[in-house]
Design a protein around this ligand. Structure first.
Ligand SMILES: *[C@@H]1O[C@H](CO)[C@@H](O)[C@H](O)[C@H]1NC(C)=O
Ligand SMILES: *[C@@H]1O[C@H](CO)[C@@H](O)[C@H](O)[C@H]1NC(C)=O
Ligand SMILES: *[C@@H]1O[C@H](CO)[C@@H](O)[C@H](O)[C@H]1NC(C)=O
Ligand SMILES: *[C@@H]1O[C@H](CO)[C@@H](O)[C@H](O)[C@H]1NC(C)=O
Ligand SMILES: *[C@@H]1O[C@H](CO)[C@@H](O)[C@H](O)[C@H]1NC(C)=O
Ligand SMILES: *[C@@H]1O[C@H](CO)[C@@H](O)[C@H](O)[C@H]1NC(C)=O
Ligand SMILES: *[C@@H]1O[C@H](CO)[C@@H](O)[C@H](O)[C@H]1NC(C)=O
Ligand SMILES: *[C@@H]1O[C@H](CO)[C@@H](O)[C@H](O)[C@H]1NC(C)=O
Ligand SMILES: *[C@@H]1O[C@H](CO)[C@@H](O)[C@H](O)[C@H]1NC(C)=O
Ligand SMILES: *[C@@H]1O[C@H](CO)[C@@H](O)[C@H](O)[C@H]1NC(C)=O
Ligand SMILES: *[C@@H]1O[C@H](CO)[C@@H](O)[C@H](O)[C@H]1NC(C)=O
Length: 656
């Protein structure tokens, strides 16, 4: 093992710099570690630096120290950092190093050529005897000191004292998808990221993907996940989409179960994400009074994001640097954002993951669902989150039931839908049959009301009459106690819904009874458990067809969400309902005066408890080439810069 000085051989191209071979970057802010200021211990909360045009965050934890010779130490300027690359030990030739680091450049958005300033070969048996090695046309200095800890491959920064810090890249939340950034403290709690960046938005930090290797215990190692701001994350405040709530209550002292399950599987929680208030459906712009709705990246960039998991849908659609977002779905809050942003998104079977430390809307309807562009990553995250409550199986139904499916290809969206159904039908060697739930219900239940009457007020009664005692009343009480009897501000949508429900004589019990009546029929007639294929049938309905919902349109006053529709079937039946993107359709944008494209998506449903079978089926359809990954950016099919921020380069990285 060689503990030698960092070589000082002059770089032929930079001979003027002579022995200052190692170029260093200085930090934008350095917080002194463990110095005493009027008796208070001040500890570092991290450091920001820029390398080239790119901003990085260095978490305060020193991950290793490299023993540097006095010669090298004299060369380095205190308060500056040297970027360098760690490559796993081995017997590399310069050409092999070039190919390894070329792979780093391709696979990781945090890594860049600037880190090739220095090279540290982890392990003892490398045979590089030169002090400089030519990689990607850069002459890298081989760091020969010994690190105190094994370093994972990837980009790092070293202080003048030889302390090694991780490199986390900073991105601007240009689409306003996050309410707050987050960084792990290392003790199970999180803090707000103390960093800023150009872009008029908060900065989010993501670690190098090269640090992580997925294992059986950590299947989500390094996967970057954003969390809807109704899940508690220990150390952070929760807003539930309400400003007064955010400030009234202290930071959470525990983490919600679905989030903890993701963390335990290795996920990197990068921030809390925008939601409509108390998870009620709001439409931009008028409804969003307390907070602004996120920006849907697709098409002209001024379409509604849908809600309530607005930030999760917008962020997952917009940012290649974000892998997955955790939303919640009571009446469509994961499915809606997935449909209009062209993402994979699931409403699970009810009860699949417990929802401690999570704001309730209607406990009999609330579920935790995930959104992603990559179906394989989405499935891995679901597997980690639902754990043993979900069983994967690969015997699929051979019966397909469709609701409201087009039969002729009269538009681009319809032709995508017709082709997709044909593809799925042929893949399953199945027969597809159109089904009319309302007329079948009447035929089979002649003595009770039609579904449109039975279930007309069931949803608004459940969400408001369950949320009022669980959320509104303690909130009003606690706020009044603190502010001399005052009321906190609440957006019009939740206020109208609560007000309507307060005047209604209908009860939660009556709503649950109606729901149960529907569910019994549904699970014995429409999607029936099956010993072999889990569900007797696969139900398909149209998710989105590229319709516009401009966010700059003035709308009617809000009212309770009456009515029965395709969207409410999974809630009332407790069966899973997953969105998959299948293409996009053109429209003439009234914003850009140009043809733009919006997502076309499909919803799949199977019997309650068959989530694992449905995930497997989607994976099989992906492997067969019938489904594809969605891309980040203006289009889920071809990617591309989001229109309003075209050409912003390093701030809006579009690499997939
Ligand atoms: C390095 O080489 C020695 C001698 O060949 C061997 O015993 C040792 O296991 C090697 N170490 C690594 C990390 O490969
Ligand atoms: C290295 O430089 C040469 C000559 O300037 C150029 O042709 C080549 O493409 C460069 N290679 C890389 C990997 O940048
Ligand atoms: C599985 O469901 C049970 C019952 O609802 C719940 O107690 C448990 O926490 C769930 N498991 C996970 C991983 O959430
Ligand atoms: C179901 O049938 C009713 C009555 O004929 C009709 O109004 C409705 O549009 C049909 N629904 C679908 C999805 O075809
Ligand atoms: C599909 O329909 C055809 C024609 O009616 C029938 O022969 C075939 O058995 C059906 N297949 C399945 C899987 O039900
Ligand atoms: C649903 O309820 C609302 C409010 O009571 C009512 O105005 C509407 O007519 C009802 N619709 C049906 C189909 O019963
Ligand atoms: C329950 O169903 C009855 C009968 O159709 C209907 O009159 C009532 O409004 C429903 N109530 C709720 C809360 O769903
Ligand atoms: C509730 O009923 C009262 C009395 O009829 C009425 O004044 C009030 O406007 C109603 N509130 C809502 C939200 O409908
Ligand atoms: C069908 O729904 C009823 C009513 O909710 C429920 O009691 C029953 O367990 C369900 N059966 C299955 C197989 O899911
Ligand atoms: C856009 O408008 C042009 C001119 O009116 C029309 O020809 C074209 O079909 C429209 N395209 C779409 C996708 O609606
Ligand atoms: C899907 O269907 C279309 C139209 O029938 C066909 O051209 C295409 O090859 C199919 N795709 C796959 C992956 O089977």
């Amino acid at each position: 093992m060689s503990i030698g000085p960092i070589p000082t051989i002059p770089n032929p191209q930079k001979s003027a710099t002579a022995c200052m071979r190692l170029r260093s970057v200085s930090s934008a802010a350095i917080f002194c570690c463990c110095c005493y200021v009027v008796g208070a211990v001040v500890t570092s909360t991290g450091i920001t630096v820029s390398l080239g045009d790119v901003s990085y965050f260095l978490p305060p934890k020193v991950v290793a120290s490299i023993s540097l010779s006095e010669d090298v130490k004299r060369m380095l300027v205190s308060g500056t950092f040297v970027p360098f690359t760690v490559v796993k030990g081995g017997d590399y030739s310069a050409a092999e190093l070039a190919s390894v680091t070329a792979k780093y450049l391709e696979e990781d958005d945090v890594f860049q050529e600037g880190f090739l300033e220095g090279l540290y070969l982890q392990g003892e048996n490398h045979t590089l005897s030169t002090s400089q090695v030519q990689i990607q046309n850069i002459s890298a200095s081989v760091i020969t000191g010994q690190a105190s800890q094994t370093l994972n491959p990837g980009p790092y920064f070293m202080s003048a004292a030889g302390e090694v810090y991780e490199a986390w890249r900073l991105y601007s939340d240009t689409n306003g998808a996050f309410t707050e950034s987050a960084i792990a403290n290392g003790d199970g709690s999180y803090s707000v990221l103390p960093a800023g960046i150009l872009g008029q938005r908060i900065a989010i930090a993501v670690p190098s993907r090269l640090y992580y290797a997925k294992t059986e215990e950590k299947p989500l190692a390094g996967v970057r996940i954003g969390i809807k701001d109704l899940y508690d994350v220990k150390g952070l405040r929760t807003s539930n989409g309400n400003r007064a709530w955010y400030w009234l209550y202290p930071p959470a002292d525990a983490t919600a179960t679905p989030v903890q399950n993701l963390i335990d599987a290795g996920a990197i929680i990068v921030g809390k994400m925008v939601m409509s208030q108390f998870a009620n459906g709001e439409t931009a712009t008028a409804d969003w009074v307390d907070y602004h709705e996120s920006f849907n990246p697709r098409g002209d960039g001024y379409q509604d994001t849908s809600s309530s998991s607005s930030g999760g849908g917008a962020g997952t659609g917009a940012y290649a640097w974000l892998d997955v977002s955790l939303g919640s779905d009571t009446g469509g809050s994961v499915r809606g954002p997935s449909q209009v942003q062209g993402l994979y998104g699931n409403r699970p079977s009810h009860g699949l993951v417990s929802l401690e430390h999570t704001m309730p809307m209607s406990p009999v309807l609330d579920t935790a669902g995930l959104m992603a562009r990559d179906p394989i990553l989405w499935i891995a995250a679901a597997k980690a989150m639902y754990g043993s409550n979900m069983t994967f199986s690969t015997a699929y139904p051979t019966k397909i039931t469709t609701l409201g499916w087009p039969t002729s290809a009269d538009s681009i969206a319809d032709s995508l839908l017709v082709d997709f159904l044909a593809n799925v039908t042929s893949f399953l060697k199945a027969n597809a049959t159109a089904f009319n739930m309302s007329t079948t219900w009447i035929e089979e239940n002649p003595t009770v009301d039609p579904l449109e009457a039975l279930l007309n007020i069931t949803y608004p009664i459940l969400i408001a009459k369950q949320q009022m005692p669980l959320v509104r009343d303690p909130f009003y009480r606690d706020y009044a106690a603190k502010y001399d009897g005052r009321r906190p501000f609440v957006d019009p949508v939740p206020l109208v819904r609560w007000g309507w429900a307060e005047n209604s004589t209908a009860t939660v019990e009556e709503a649950v009874a109606n729901k149960t009546m529907f569910m019994s029929w549904f699970n014995s007639t429409v999607l029936v458990p099956d010993a072999e294929t889990c569900s007797n049938s696969l139900l398909m309905y149209v998710g989105s067809i590229g319709d516009t919902i401009y966010r700059n349109v003035y709308r009617d006053e809000p009212g309770p969400p009456y009515g029965f529709g395709e969207w409410s079937v999974s809630g009332f039946s407790e069966a899973p309902d997953f969105v998959v993107p299948i293409g996009e359709a053109p429209y003439n944008s009234s914003i850009t005066h140009h043809v733009e494209y919006l997502p076309v998506t499909v919803d799949f449903m199977v019997a309650k408890g068959c989530d694992g079978m449905l995930f497997s089926l989607i994976e099989s359809l992906y492997e067969a080439g019938i489904l594809k990954k969605a891309l980040a950016g203006r289009s889920g099919i071809t990617g591309g810069d989001i229109l309003f921020r075209r050409g912003v380069g390093v701030w809006g990285d579009m690499r997939e």
